[in-house]
Ligand binder design. Structure first.
Ligand SMILES: NC(=O)c1ccc[n+]([C@@H]2O[C@H](COP(=O)([O-])OP(=O)(O)OC[C@H]3O[C@@H](n4cnc5c(N)ncnc54)[C@H](O)[C@@H]3O)[C@@H](O)[C@H]2O)c1
Length: 429
């Protein structure tokens, strides 16, 4: 069983020689910043790069520009030691880790412009012998496509004979699996997959990760490594969709989904997940589309799962509408906006989608999100108000629990008396 020793303590246990003096981490968000600070804690000179001046300034002032447990201390000591500095333009280094966004577009196809821009910018400062690793979740084939971009930008780095495998630099893909809320710990403890464009590239990438990873590091091809990340998240999505479909059926029959699932899970070979108001975040709600987009005819299950999960917020909205008509009040309190418990990340959040929809459609909406200080603009423009949960519940007739934040566990049941409660996450059962 892994212990929760802070990573800075773990370094002393790792007598691994570090093969790179300088590493540039390109994209200093949820993935890139913890990675950059962790590498710096290993004695590597880290040059962080981000197009956001706000992020760069915060980091150079020794602050993380988003909230993540243990990250502030790690960034503070990395910057204070002089081993982490952030820039808005790529700087020369021995290795590059690219961790920029890979969202989907309106038609659900991947938007690879961030990866393309970052690759072309990095290409300008590359020298022979460098290592370029992509960590952004990406369609299969992306690392080889990036190698093609580098060949275009830097013909001088193509060895005689041309072709992806003849670059005078190494290229690899390493998917990131860390969990928001546990990133600093998991960055060190999780197993990693490193996929090289050639086996030699994989070996070099493994040597870099071995400088800070305590988990196992498995070498493979870049294509397999890209696929691994996509099938991990598609697998999670399909399983969550099953739980959500059970919840949809239970709602129609007036049965308690959480009770049914917990009893079904008494079967020795059944483990059904918990339903919720939908699937959010930057990964599970997005990544399956990369595979569906590449193989539409061969991914009917993944597509159906996406549709079930994307449909859940509408089920919750329909339930609120039903209750509002029944009790003759549209005063609603939405508890939670984040896409999962105990984080401040609102990206692709079904809770946000539900709160915005209700506020836009004539409901009098109060929202409570203990992890966010400022009202998100999407809600401000539709007239919802951000409040503490005490007054927000007191002023509402319908209370919709959208996120299982720890802070909501202790809400006094007496404060809910006389309200209609819609618990979408089973926290108050
Ligand atoms: N957040 C997670 O939990 C998580 C987990 C696993 C994988 N991923 C994947 O990792 C990748 C990064 O995700 P994230 O959550 O860190 O995103 P993020 O939005 O938090 O950070 C990305 C950063 O990249 C910067 N950026 C954009 N274009 C750039 C460029 N051309 N040059 C330099 N910087 C640039 C942005 O300003 C931003 O600060 C995505 O592909 C995501 O799917 C994320």
């Amino acid at each position: 069983m892994a212990t929760e020793t802070p990573p800075t303590e773990l370094w002393r246990l790792l007598p691994v020689p570090i093969p790179f003096e300088t590493v540039s981490v390109v994209g200093l968000g949820y993935i890139g910043l913890p990675t950059a600070a962790t590498l710096a804690s290993r004695g590597i000179q880290v040059l962080g790069v981000d197009v956001s001046l706000k992020a760069v300034n915060a980091i150079n002032e020794a602050r993380a520009h988003f909230s993540e447990p243990d990250l502030d201390g790690l960034v503070q000591s990395a910057v204070a030691s002089g081993r982490l500095r952030a820039y808005t333009e790529p700087q020369p280094a021995d290795a590059f880790i690219i961790a920029v966004p890979t969202p989907i577009q309106h038609d659900k196809s991947p938007d690879m412009t961030y990866v393309e821009n970052a690759t072309r910018a990095v290409a300008k400062v590359l020298k022979e012998g460098d290592l370029v690793i992509l960590e952004s979740t990406s369609p299969v084939g992306t690392t080889e496509w990036m190698a093609g971009l580098i060949r275009e930008e830097r013909p001088d780095l193509v060895a005689a004979g041309g072709g992806v495998h003849d670059l005078k630099i190494s290229m690899a893909y390493c998917p990131e699996r860390i969990l928001p809320g546990r990133m600093v710990f998991e960055l060190v403890e999780n197993d990693r997959i490193v996929g090289g464009v050639t086996p030699g590239c994989a070996a070099r990438a493994k040597a870099l990760y071995a400088s800070f990873v305590r988990g196992n590091i498995f070498e493979t091809s870049s294509g397999v490594a890209e696929l691994v990340k996509l099938i991990e998240n598609a697998y999670r999505d399909v399983n969550i969709a099953f739980a959500n479909e059970v919840a949809n059926v239970c709602q129609r029959m007036g049965l308690d989904a959480w009770e049914a699932i917990s009893l079904a899970n008494k079967h020795p070979r059944v483990t059904i997940l918990n339903p919720g108001p939908g699937v959010g975040g930057h990964c599970i709600a997005v990544d399956p589309w990369f595979l569906i987009d590449q193989h539409p005819k061969h991914t009917p299950l993944m597509k159906a799962a996406r549709e079930v999960n994307d449909g859940r917020p509408h089920t919750v909205i329909a339930r609120v509408a039903e209750v509002a008509t029944k009790i003759g009040s549209r005063k609603v309190c939405c508890l939670g906006l984040a896409y999962k418990p105990d984080v401040d990340d609102l990206r692709e959040s079904p809770a946000m989608e539900i709160a915005v929809h209700l506020a836009k459609h004539g409901y009098d909406v109060r929202v409570c999100e203990p992890h966010v200080e400022d009202m998100p603009s999407a809600l401000e423009t539709v007239g919802a108000s951000l409040q503490d949960f005490g007054p927000a519940i007191a002023d509402s007739d319908i209370v919709v629990l959208l996120v299982g934040h720890t802070a909501f566990k202790d809400i006094d049941p007496a404060s809910l008396e006389g309200k209609t409660v819609i618990d979408c996450v089973g926290l108050w059962r």
